[in-house]
Design a protein around this ligand. Structure first.
Ligand code: GCU
Length: 683
């Protein structure tokens, strides 16, 4: 819609010679403004519109304002501007529509670019809607995508750890790619949904990748330069042992002066090379990564060491709360992995430096299809907390199964840890709850696959993450609708009604469908060990990872109550500590997360646990069958290559769902001896 119109950009064209920039801000301003001019020129050239001057009655005026707070500019030739609404934050923008003419204004180039994409997203509605004067600002100030990419193509877990979309977009052949045009295309996708920070390497920092911080800085700078035109800043995951492994020091003790000086110098070098660098991400004392425990120090000591090094540059340290004992003995019933993050971090509340963000996985275990919300999010009011989500579908079908995660994230964001009158998780991390807020982060799902995400429909997850990070109150189905509109336009730019209907039918409820044929009632981790794809009910039962379900002939589930279990329920504030504690009130979908119950325990839904497993698994496979049929009805209405790829994936989903069904049902039947009330085939 934008491309067909007359568009004026009231900001200097910095791509031309002698151009000057009035806006304050980091270097990236210059390039982002050039991008905006380029986007407008390309869109209007492609669709028959025109770039015009601001005096030529443009349909769309994009204007960069000098100051932080401002009233909107009058639109040329329009009626007097309505009274100004609250000035947008520096990262937000204002949209005024007056009689079909639209003015977007912002005080920063990246915000103006986000405003431009907002208009693009709205399509015709941007121009035909009623008069309006709105400000849009991101709910979360920090919106980050983490890449678990390794430079080394032969890394143990693959080049992209938990990557299901081919190799890395950043690295190839053991080094940063020569051609980074795809990285810039990625930055463009991210800018279109308002993401402005990317961490470019795996949180498990192996020897090769550790050197990004030192020897490879010039190469990292090339990646930063490829992201910068779209206002995306670069972060690095670093190893806590770097002073030893890279600096040759005898220790990485966070209280050691030489160690402190080493990190200061390392940070100074990074910012001298990349002026708008964002900061560091750290996984410490977790799954074999080095950390402060080795020196008798805690995670506040560790995080503050790095925070002091990056503070002079305005940098941020994202310090992950994913810390637990991964060498547990399955015989030890007193250790509960779900408790670990809270036990390690809650006592440290108030000790983290201001520029530390403690990044908390949404659930206390590990990105399962269903788990409770992490109680850490309610336990650290004097700490910047960020919510960490997993866009890459490690435990949700690995981009072979269609699984739209928007509804799952919405549920987490909307969760109110203090009950109906309290703040939501989205408020906590936005700084509108009890604490200062640290934003939102997620593990990215893209790779060098031609569709970016392996399963073409998994692109919807990347889109939804960005949109929900910007505005957590958005409805996940509406977000999907936006994605469909932008992704499957017909020749006239609008989506075929049938395509829209089918994509909703395939994706809206796909997370519930996935849940129904995989692990029931919040039990988690019934996946094949290592790669985590497909069913293996007892695969993790006797391993050191702390991921058990304790099924026997009598029952199943983890007793995490205070009364008789691990006491995990006590990490929640009221009312949840009591809601989860009691069998009467614990929601069905989390029953086995909190309780060990007999197979014959009757759920609130009225059926027994065993019968629930049978019913949901039979129904889940049927839903996948319906999904396949629905998709196939689109033949000829979607691009052929997309259709082919989706069909391949759906065939695998149906095969895999059937395997899940049969293994789960048979397992429960063999353990429990409870027959299916409907006499269906159980092997
Ligand atoms: C999961 C995942 C690992 C990852 C870890 C993390 O356990 O399987 O690959 O390293 O999460 O978040 O650090």
């Amino acid at each position: 819609a934008v491309g067909r119109r007359r568009v004026a950009v009231l900001a200097p064209d910095v791509s031309g010679p002698g151009a000057r920039i009035p806006a304050p801000g980091p270097d990236r301003s210059r390039e982002v403004l050039a991008t905006l001019h380029h986007e407008v020129a390309a869109a209007t050239a492609a669709h028959g519109g025109a770039v015009v001057g601001q005096d030529e009655a443009p349909d769309l005026l994009l204007t960069l304002l000098p100051g932080p707070a401002h009233p909107g500019p009058p639109h040329p030739g329009s009626a007097p501007t309505p009274p100004p609404s609250p000035a947008p934050a520096r990262s937000g923008f204002r949209v005024v529509r007056d009689d079909g003419r639209v003015t977007v204004s912002a005080t920063g180039p990246t915000a103006l670019l986000h405003g431009f994409f907002h208009v693009v997203r709205q399509g015709e509605d941007a121009f035909t809607g009623p008069d309006t004067d709105e400000t849009h600002a991101p709910a979360q100030a920090l919106r980050v995508l983490d890449h678990w990419d390794n430079v080394d193509v032969h890394a143990v877990m693959g080049q992209v750890e938990r990557g299901y979309a081919g190799g890395s977009i950043f690295y190839d052949d053991g080094r940063v790619r020569d051609d980074l045009s795809r990285v810039t295309a990625y930055a463009r996708l991210l800018a279109a949904v308002g993401i402005d920070r990317v961490c470019i390497n795996n949180v498990n920092v192996h020897a090769r990748e550790a050197r990004l911080l030192t020897d490879d800085l010039a190469e990292v700078a090339r990646i930063a330069a490829a992201l910068r035109p779209y206002g995306v800043r670069t972060h690095l995951a670093v190893s806590f042992a770097a002073p030893m492994t890279l600096g040759g020091l005898p220790t990485s003790d966070p209280l050691d002066d030489d160690v402190r000086a080493w990190w200061r110098a390392a940070a100074d070098r990074v910012w001298a090379t990349i002026g708008d660098f964002g900061g560091f991400v750290v996984k410490a004392d977790s799954e074999g990564q080095p950390g402060p425990f080795a020196y008798g120090c805690d995670h506040a000591d560790g995080a503050n060491l790095l925070a002091a090094a990056v503070a002079p540059h305005g940098g941020v340290v994202h310090w992950r709360a994913f810390v637990y004992d991964h060498t547990q003995d399955w015989r030890d019933r007193s250790t509960d992995r779900a408790r670990a993050a809270y036990d390690h971090f809650a006592p440290l509340d108030g000790r983290f430096a201001d520029n530390v963000v403690v990044q908390v996985k949404h659930g206390p275990l590990d990105f399962q299809t269903r788990e409770a919300v992490s109680p850490v999010l309610a336990a650290m009011p004097r700490t910047r907390l960020a919510l960490e989500l997993q866009v890459t579908q490690e435990y949700t079908g690995q981009q072979r199964h269609a699984c739209y995660l928007g509804p799952w994230w919405s549920e987490n964001l909307a969760f109110r840890p203090w009950g109906d009158d309290g703040a939501r998780v989205a408020d906590v991390v936005a700084g509108r709850g009890p604490g200062p807020g640290g934003g939102i982060a997620a593990v990215s799902n893209v790779g060098d696959d031609r569709f970016w995400t392996g399963h073409p429909l998994a692109q919807a997850n990347l889109y939804a993450f960005g949109r929900l990070a910007w505005d957590p109150a958005l409805d996940a189905a509406d977000v999907l609708d936006e994605w469909v509109s932008l992704t499957f336009p017909g020749d006239d730019g609008t989506v075929d009604v049938r395509v829209r209907e089918v994509l909703h039918a395939v994706l809206d409820d796909s997370w519930h469908t996935y849940e129904s044929y995989t692990a029931p009632l919040g039990v988690g981790f019934m996946v094949r060990p290592g790669h985590h794809y497909g069913p293996d009910v007892d695969g993790y039962e006797y391993t050191p990872w702390g991921t058990y379900h304790f099924a026997d002939r009598d029952g199943i589930g983890v007793d995490r109550t205070r009364a008789t279990g691990t006491g995990f329920t006590g990490q929640y504030p009221a009312p949840w500590r009591d809601v989860y504690e009691s069998l009467e009130t614990c929601p069905d979908e989390l029953l086995l997360f909190f309780h060990h119950v007999p197979w014959t325990h009757v759920l609130h839904s009225g059926v027994t646990v065993a019968q629930h497993v049978y019913d949901t698994h039979f129904a889940g496979v049927e839903r996948v069958r319906e999904t396949v049929a629905a998709w196939e009805s689109l033949a000829g209405l979607v691009p052929g290559d997309v259709d082919t790829r989706v069909r391949e994936r759906l065939a695998e989903q149906l095969r895999s769902a059937t395997e899940w069904r049969d293994q789960l049902n048979t397992y429960v039947w063999r353990k429990s001896g409870v027959a299916d009330a409907h006499g269906r085939t159980i092997y």
